[in-house]
Ligand binder design. Structure first.
Ligand SMILES: *[C@@H]1O[C@H](CO)[C@@H](O)[C@H](O)[C@H]1NC(C)=O
Ligand SMILES: *[C@@H]1O[C@H](CO)[C@@H](O)[C@H](O)[C@H]1NC(C)=O
Length: 196
């Protein structure tokens, strides 16, 4: 009997969870951006309720690396509310369209200080609970070292091949010219000795 009661409670909890957490948010888990570039933080959602520009609110927050301190990045409710101060002032634009279930934003001219975790939270009343999307942003200085290495090896390798071919051509020409000069000298000295 106890087991059945527990089971009933579990089933009850389960069904309420399904009813309540109806918002489903999707983001990539990691984004790598080059210092100074604009980067879109993609966030889409699904809701069992009808979606309108009035019913949806979008909240983007930021946590620096190895920190739990959250700061506000962006807020949307019918219209974008960018931050008026702090790191994100003038650096975030709305790239979403709530009717299309898109809550994306774009960070402008990112620098390595933008490293960290960005969370996308969507509410669509009466759907207010659900998962957050979390994106780890990594701002790198330029293309990764390994890519530069491969590029360097390719360019260096073809240069070396061209130099070797040029070297062979030059060598052959030089050799032929030497031989011709030697023959000329021989002919000249032979001719000269004939004069006496
Ligand atoms: C990132 O780029 C800016 C210019 O866009 C530059 O001033 C800054 O030094 C760069 N950051 C790093 C870590 O190189
Ligand atoms: C940002 O992340 C990149 C990639 O992990 C790292 O190379 C860089 O040092 C970080 N910069 C800061 C300021 O945390």
């Amino acid at each position: 009997m106890i087991v059945t009661a527990e089971l009933r409670i579990l089933l009850f909890l389960h069904s309420t969870m399904i009813e309540v957490s109806a918002i489903e948010v999707h983001t990539p888990s990691e984004v790598v951006a080059v210092n100074g570039s604009d980067v879109k933080l993609s966030c889409t959602f699904k809701s069992t309720q009808p979606v309108s520009d009035q019913s949806v609110t979008v909240t983007w927050n930021y946590r620096p690396p190895n920190s739990q301190a959250e700061t506000s990045v962006f807020y949307y409710q019918g219209t974008p509310y960018p931050q008026e101060q702090g790191l994100f002032k003038g650096r975030v634009v709305w790239s979403g369209n709530v009717v299309k279930r898109d809550a994306s934003i774009t960070l402008l001219k990112v620098s390595p200080t933008f490293n960290g975790t960005y969370t996308c939270q969507v509410k669509n009343r009466p759907d207010v609970l659900g998962n957050h999307g979390e994106i780890d942003l990594k701002v790198v200085n330029k293309v990764s070292v390994s890519e530069i290495g491969i590029l360097g090896a390719a360019v260096g390798g073809s240069c070396a091949v061209i130099l070797v071919i040029l070297g062979i051509i030059m060598g052959v020409k030089l050799y032929k010219r030497r031989q011709k000069e030697m023959m000329d000298i021989e002919v000249y000295s032979v001719g000269k000795s004939d004069l006496y």
